[in-house]
Design a binder for this molecule. Structure first.
Ligand SMILES: *Cc1c(COP(=O)(O)O)cnc(C)c1O
Length: 344
C-alpha cells in the first residue's frame, strides 16, 4: 500500500498549524508564549495537544504503542477525519456495510463524498466478496463495525480480514462495543495491516460518554495524518485528567461489563416470553435488537410510559425492529413491567 496515493493531495502537502505548545516542549518555568492568562491554574493553560501522559496510560491498558494511538472528541472525530484526509469530494467514494452506525454516512454527506451501502446477509453476517465488489478505483475507505450497531453481532474475523487484505485502500473497523463481546477484536493484529484503523471509545463499556474521548489505533503514518488535520487542542484538560485517573480502574470496568452482560441475558430471555416479540437477535454488545409485530406501536406505547427505546424499523433488514439498551436491573424490570400491559 502506498499511503501517499490514498491521501488527498492538499492534506499530504498541508503545513499544519503550529501552536505554542507544539513549538516548545521541554522544561521551563515562565510561560509567556501562548497569550494565556497567568492566573487560574491549571485551567488557564492550553492542554497538551498530543495528550502524551494519557497515551502512556492507555497504551498499557490496550497493549498498543502510544505512537499508534490517536485521541478524538469521541470516535466521531476520527470518523470525520478519515473522510477529510482520504476522500476528495465528488470524486472519491466510501463503501460500508448496511445497516450500520449512522455517523459514517453523515460524515460522507457533509464532505460531499459518495457513500455506497452494501447489505449484510439476512442473518447480519458479512459477505466480504460482495463488499469488495462494490469498490472501484475511487473507493478510498471501507467502514466495518464489529460488534455492529444496530444488529448487535460481531462480524466474522476471517471475513473482515479478507476485506483488509484484499482492499487497496483504508479499512476502518469500529469496535465501540468490543468489551461486551466474547471475541477479542482486532487490536492484537494491528501491526500486521498498514491499511487498518481500529476505533474504540470511552463512551460505552467505560461509562464516560459525557467526557467525549474516542480512540483510533493505526500505523504511525496514519496517526501523523490525524494529528495534522485535527483541531490543535481537541481533547480538553478535564477529559485528559479525568480519563487518566479512571483508566487504571480496570477491575471496576470489568465488573460493570459483567453486570451488563448478565442483564443482557436476563432481558433477552424475558423478552422472548412476550407474544409480540418475534425475535431477539444474538448480542455481543450492550443492547438488543428485537423484532416485534409493530415497532411504531411499541415505541409510542413505551414513550407514553416514560421509557425511551430506539425504533430501527426504517433501516435496511430491520423492519419492525427496536433497539433496546441494556440498563440496570431496575431499569430493565421497569421496561418488562411496562411491556406486561402492552395491548396487542
Ligand atoms: C456509540 C458508538 C460510537 C461512540 O461514539 P463516541 O463519539 O465515541 O461517543 C462509535 N461507533 C458506534 C458504532 C457506536 O454505536
Amino acid at each position: 500500500m502506498n499511503l501517499q496515493t490514498l491521501v488527498r493531495k492538499n492534506i499530504w502537502n498541508l503545513v499544519p498549524y503550529s501552536c505554542a505548545r507544539n513549538e516548545f516542549t521541554g522544561e521551563a518555568s515562565v510561560f509567556l508564549d501562548a497569550n494565556e492568562n497567568p492566573l487560574n491554574d491549571p485551567y488557564n493553560r492550553y492542554p497538551d495537544p498530543f495528550q502524551d501522559a494519557l497515551k502512556q496510560k492507555v497504551s498499557k491498558v490496550k497493549g498498543v504503542d502510544a505512537a499508534n494511538i490517536f485521541f478524538g472528541n469521541g470516535s466521531d472525530e476520527p470518523i470525520d477525519l478519515v473522510v477529510r484526509i482520504f476522500c476528495e469530494p465528488r470524486v472519491d467514494n466510501i463503501v460500508a456495510i448496511d445497516p450500520t452506525y449512522g455517523m459514517y454516512q453523515v460524515c460522507a454527506d457533509i464532505n460531499d463524498v459518495e457513500y455506497r451501502k452494501v447489505l449484510l446477509n439476512e442473518d447480519f453476517s458479512l459477505d466480504a466478496e460482495r463488499l469488495l465488489a462494490a469498490t472501484d478505483a475511487y473507493t478510498k475507505l471501507i467502514f466495518l463495525c464489529s460488534p455492529n450497531n444496530p444488529t448487535a453481532n460481531v462480524l466474522n474475523q476471517d471475513e473482515m480480514l479478507k476485506v483488509v487484505r484484499n482492499f487497496p485502500g483504508i479499512v476502518i473497523v469500529d469496535e465501540a462495543y468490543i468489551d461486551f463481546a466474547d471475541a477479542p477484536g482486532l487490536v492484537s493484529r494491528l501491526s500486521e495491516f498498514p491499511n487498518l484503523i481500529i476505533l474504540q471509545t470511552f463512551s460505552k463499556a467505560w461509562g464516560m460518554a459525557a467526557i467525549r474521548l474516542g480512540m483510533a489505533f493505526a500505523t504511525t503514518e496514519i496517526i501523523g495524518l490525524f494529528n495534522k488535520v485535527k483541531y490543535p487542542y481537541n481533547i480538553n484538560l478535564l477529559t485528559q485528567t479525568f480519563v487518566g485517573e479512571s483508566v487504571g480502574k480496570e477491575a471496576e470496568k470489568h465488573e460493570t461489563v459483567q453486570m451488563l452482560v448478565e442483564q443482557r441475558a436476563f432481558l433477552r430471555k424475558a423478552l422472548l416470553d412476550f407474544s409480540f416479540v418475534k425475535q431477539v437477535y444474538p448480542s455481543d454488545a450492550n443492547f438488543l435488537l428485537v423484532k416485534v409485530d409493530d415497532a411504531n406501536g411499541l415505541y409510542d406505547y413505551l414513550i407514553n410510559r416514560g421509557i425511551v427505546i430506539r425504533n430501527r424499523t426504517k433501516l435496511s433488514l430491520c423492519k419492525d425492529t427496536v433497539r433496546i439498551t441494556v440498563g440496570t436491573q431496575e431499569e430493565n424490570k421497569a421496561l418488562l413491567d411496562a411491556l406486561k400491559t402492552y395491548p396487542h
